[in-house]
Design a protein around this ligand. Sequence first.
Ligand SMILES: Cc1ncc(C[n+]2csc(CCOP(=O)(O)OP(=O)(O)O)c2C)c(N)n1
Ligand code: SF4
Ligand SMILES: [Mg+2]
Length: 351
Amino acid sequence: MTYIAKPKFHHPKLPTNKLGYTRRDYEGAISTLCAGCGHDSISAAIIQACFELDLPPHRVAKLSGIGCSSKTPTYFLGSSHGFNSVHGRMPSVLTGANIANRELIYMGVSGDGDSASIGLGQFAHSLRRGVNMVYIVENNGVYGLTKGQFSATSDKGSKSKRGVVNTDEPIDLIGMALQLGATYVARSFSGDKAQLVPLIKGAIVHHGAAFIDCVSPCVAFNNHPGSTKSFDYVREHNEAVNRLDMIVGRDEITADYAPGTVEPVTQHDGSVIFLRKLATDYDPHDRIAAMTYLQERQAAGEIVTGLLYVEKESRDLHDYLNTVETPLNALGDAELCPGSKALDKFNASHR
Ligand SMILES: Cc1ncc(C[n+]2csc(CCOP(=O)(O)OP(=O)(O)O)c2C)c(N)n1
Ligand code: SF4
Ligand SMILES: [Mg+2]
């Protein structure tokens, strides 16, 4: 056995959600990551988000690549579908599963090595195609699993634990996600659960490619002075542009906000994301302005977090391809074999 099962018993008075599940029902096996690893906090945020959204665990499919980050789906949603794929290949496996069955909620969990190095092409194409998914990169700026080499997201000039200076330019996954057309783009920090949980909830109800870059310090190899992905550095340079509240579809909206303080953004399923602006000059619906703002703040040494871009009328790959609504494994003979006349007509159209 490669994981440690968690005991099932819990306090009888734990709060339950609308499905009668406790938060414990959304947990997985006991984590074997280093104590204090940022990735465990992200798993806890995913558990909280799914519990609060009343998601039936069997409706979620979690997919990952290889790395400490990619191990984490074992530690949350133990009753959901899961597939631990090959290094950097999560996006194509997720795309295939999504095309075959659009009824599940797809959660792709990856690392900065997994997505910004070996899997960069896969990352790019899944976002530009608009695959309906939550794509989370647990970004620690190192290859944690293979003992702390610089990754492609390590900042130029940042120092390794042994004092080596990184001379390569970093890849900014947020900048790429914006440029590639992702319709929900957010950045957060594993140490800020209050910000991260609503961002994950918003990404789950979003229809289209939702990308979250979550800075997640590696306490074993990248949490020292000189690292720009350490807990201290991120806390000191974190600049949140907005805060989110979520009202899930069909719930009565009872939140009482002073006019002008928040902007409601209605999602495909009727859920409403309430955006509370913190930076008055930031517009999360203007892709180009968002790209410029992020570059400017980055040059000033800030790590901008929050919901950085959201498209109001978003579409996904199924909308573009006009695919059948029914999962492929539920199609009957009649739909799969429309008969020789239909085949003749189709062939004729290509002559
Ligand atoms: C094809 C292939 N190449 C290289 C490796 C070795 N390898 C395993 S994990 C990893 C990097 C993981 O880094 P990241 O995705 O940032 O995850 P982290 O451990 O930092 O969370 C590498 C290079 C592999 N498993 N497969
Ligand atoms: S090596 Fe780093 S990324 Fe991996 S579990 Fe330990 S702290 Fe987390
Ligand atoms: Mg990493």
